[in-house]
Write a protein that binds this ligand. Structure first.
Ligand code: NAP
Length: 234
């Protein structure tokens, strides 16, 4: 049976691959992003800034009106605004926290209410290995992604009794617009990955699909690194 799946940041990169994964399974995918762009086959796409609480709440409400209770919510939208901490502006700090952490909370909160009523659901946050390995120039991003883990694990306990799972997928380095700017540095980083290659968005999408499947019904509060071994042992 097709499920109602919400994916934030589905216009490109990891989010688009995740949306395509669920579309291929026959699910109704509602794509949220600022641009409102979405992969072919999405049931609906909505233009939303996840950092704006009221926009997220309204979009999830619209999605529920169209397709019923949310069964899977993939909280993926994210940005980077890199800079060494000593020179990082308040704006760089706030922009990243507002999108990557506040936006994640607003999205999960909006989706959770309908899951609690339906007594089922999966929430999957896209985190990062950054908080585990520490990345110079990404204090804002690593802090937001660390916060995401605390958020996810607390939510996991709040809703476990309703058969709702809450997990985090923590990618390493993945080939998307977010990493294009790295240029030659991406080769240097690839050399640090035990598996010797940067990940593809589909590497992440498959794991998200697994966590949303019946095979993973007894997994909650987990942080699953999908990183070719980059954060191994941490
Ligand atoms: P990307 O290619 O830059 O795509 C980012 C997505 O987020 C786009 O769909 C963008 O949509 C959306 N977005 C950004 N800000 C938004 C906002 N305020 N409201 C709504 N949508 C917003 O990035 P990606 O590499 O696929 O990253 C996806 C997630 O994976 C992020 O959470 C990122 O932190 C995480 N991650 C990525 C990597 C990596 O190496 N790529 C590694 C670890 C974790 P529009 O521009 O259309 O709004």
């Amino acid at each position: 049976m097709s499920r109602h799946v919400i994916v934030t940041g589905a216009s490109r990169g990891i989010g688009a691959a995740v949306a395509e994964h669920f579309i291929a399974l026959g699910d109704h995918v509602v794509a949220l992003s600022r641009s409102g762009a979405a992969p072919e086959g999405c049931a609906a796409s909505l233009s939303v800034d996840v950092a704006q609480s009221e926009q997220v709440t309204a979009a999830v409400k619209d999605a529920i009106a169209l397709f019923g209770p949310v069964e899977v919510c993939v909280v993926n939208a994210g940005i980077t605004r890199d800079g060494l901490a000593m020179r990082m502006s308040d704006e760089q700090w706030r922009d990243v926290l507002a999108t990557d952490l506040d936006g994640a909370f607003y999205t999960a909160r909006a989706a959770m209410a309908s899951m609690v009523r339906a007594r089922q659901g999966s929430i999957i946050f896209i985190g990062s290995v950054s908080p585990f390995i520490g990345v110079p120039g990404q204090a804002n991003y690593a802090a937001a992604k660390a916060g995401l883990m605390g958020l996810a694990r607390s939510l996991a306990k709040e809703v476990a009794s309703r058969s709702i799972t809450v997990n985090v997928v923590a990618p390493g380095l993945v080939d998307t617009d977010m990493t294009t700017d790295l240029g030659p540095a991406s080769d240097e980083m690839a050399a640090m990955i035990p598996m010797g290659r940067i990940g593809a968005p589909s590497d992440i999408a498959g794991v998200v699909g697994f966590l949303a499947s019946n095979h993973a019904r007894y997994i909650t509060g987990a942080v699953l690194a999908v990183d070719g071994g980059l954060a191994l042992g941490l």
